[in-house]
Design a protein around this ligand. Structure first.
Ligand SMILES: Nc1ncnc2c1ncn2[C@@H]1O[C@H](COP(=O)(O)OP(=O)(O)O)[C@@H](O)[C@H]1O
Ligand SMILES: [Mg+2]
Length: 362
């Protein structure tokens, strides 16, 4: 159990020592004193001797007092003290930086009291804290690394440029390298800002009906120069017109990121294919390539921020592309899956809901 519904919160018992418990104690005492009275009557009728008449009630009340005290102590310990001690130990562990603690609730889901709810909330809080903590550390080291590399390049070439005896070619080469590094830096910052805005939901998708096929063609054309240079064959197989309702600008980022990856990871002479079909109310777009592919271990991480599987291409891009793509699709009710075989190629399949009937373009 790691989540409390509103209903459970409302129905949870608000006291572990309810009024009825004291009612029962009161009744027990009343009954006991009744028995005491009965004993007195019996003793005077039977004419028991005085010592017995005194000793028996004393022993009787001592036993009752012991019983009730022990019971009350046991109730307090079971329903309050032990849970609180458990929580105290867990809190101390969290304070020491161990986020793996879990305090099990004491009752089943249908008999929760406020202490159980507190435990469940506590567990959830600790889990969140733990994931924020790892995210923060990873993010920090990733960003620092991504910024440091191009900065070192800029610094190096700027120092080289400072020399007086440079040929024009060298000067141009160094300047070119500096320019590339600054482009990488600004690309990184743009991507980080976009991702951050999307994650904070500062950018809300603005769904509007548009033709995805036209958009796919336009995006593919942006890579014309690249595929001609790398002699990559582009195969396109799609309908003439398919209307979906989504944020056009955000979806453009999806296609350009997938296509740029396909082009990047496919060697000269390879093929990149865009296929589009419609099925059961959704449009399915597949971007596949005959590139280097990925092994299973890489596949597990490709949607993580800053993850780059293939280090030989690490200078291009910064590992934010697919994280951005996945985030956009999540926000657009879409999904993305990847299939890949090392050495053979990769296919990314995107599914998006079709625009409702009647919502079309004029
Ligand atoms: N078409 C592809 N073929 C092979 N590997 C891919 C492909 N697309 C993505 N990858 C893998 O996924 C990783 C993450 O991709 P992405 O988030 O776009 O970052 P980047 O392109 O900056 O490396 C890449 O580094 C690569 O290892
Ligand atoms: Mg990429």
């Amino acid at each position: 159990m790691n989540h409390v519904t509103k209903e459970q919160r409302k129905q949870a018992k608000q006291s572990v020592f309810p009024f009825s418990l004291f009612g029962v104690l009161f009744l027990v005492l009343l009954l006991m004193s009744g028995i005491h009275q009965g004993f007195l009557v019996l003793a005077s009728r039977q004419k028991w001797n005085g010592l017995v008449q005194i000793i028996i009630p004393v022993i009787y009340w001592v036993l009752i007092a012991l019983g009730l005290t022990a019971y009350t102590r046991w109730r307090i310990k079971k329903s309050y003290e032990e849970p609180m001690q458990m929580l105290a130990r867990a809190t101390a562990q969290v304070a020491d930086g161990d986020f793996s603690v879990y305090v099990p609730p004491l009752h089943t889901a249908d008999k929760l009291d406020y202490i159980d709810i507190m435990f469940i909330d506590f567990n959830k809080m600790v889990e969140e804290l733990g994931s924020i903590e790892t995210l923060k550390t990873d993010f920090f080291s990733n960003v620092t690394h991504e910024i440091k590399t191009p900065l070192a390049i800029i610094q190096n070439y700027a120092e080289l440029l400072n020399r007086e005896d440079l040929s024009v070619e060298k000067r141009m080469e160094y300047t070119q390298n500096i320019l590339q590094a600054t482009q990488r830096l600004s690309g990184l910052i743009t991507n980080m800002l976009k991702l951050n805005k999307l994650e904070k939901q500062a950018i809300q998708p603005q769904p509007q009906p548009f033709d995805v096929c036209a958009q796919l063609c336009e995006c593919a054309l942006q890579f014309e120069e690249l595929w001609e240079k790398k002699e990559i064959e582009l195969e396109v197989d799609m309908d003439e017109r398919v209307i979906i309702s989504a944020d056009e600008q955000l979806l453009e980022l999806v296609w350009t990121n997938l296509l740029s990856n396909a082009m990047k990871f496919t060697p000269a002479g390879g093929t990149v294919a865009i296929t589009q079909t419609t099925e059961e109310g959704s449009v399915v777009v597949t971007v596949s390539d005959t590139g280097c592919g990925m092994d299973e271990e890489t596949m597990k991480h490709i949607f993580e921020k800053f993850y780059q599987g293939d280090t030989s291409h690490a200078t291009e891009g910064n590992g934010l592309g697919l994280a951005l793509v996945q985030r956009i699709l999540q926000m657009s009710d879409g999904s993305i899956t990847a299939a890949s075989e090392p050495g053979k190629g990769t296919a990314f399949t995107v599914r998006l809901p079709l625009a409702p009937v009647g919502e079309g373009l004029e």
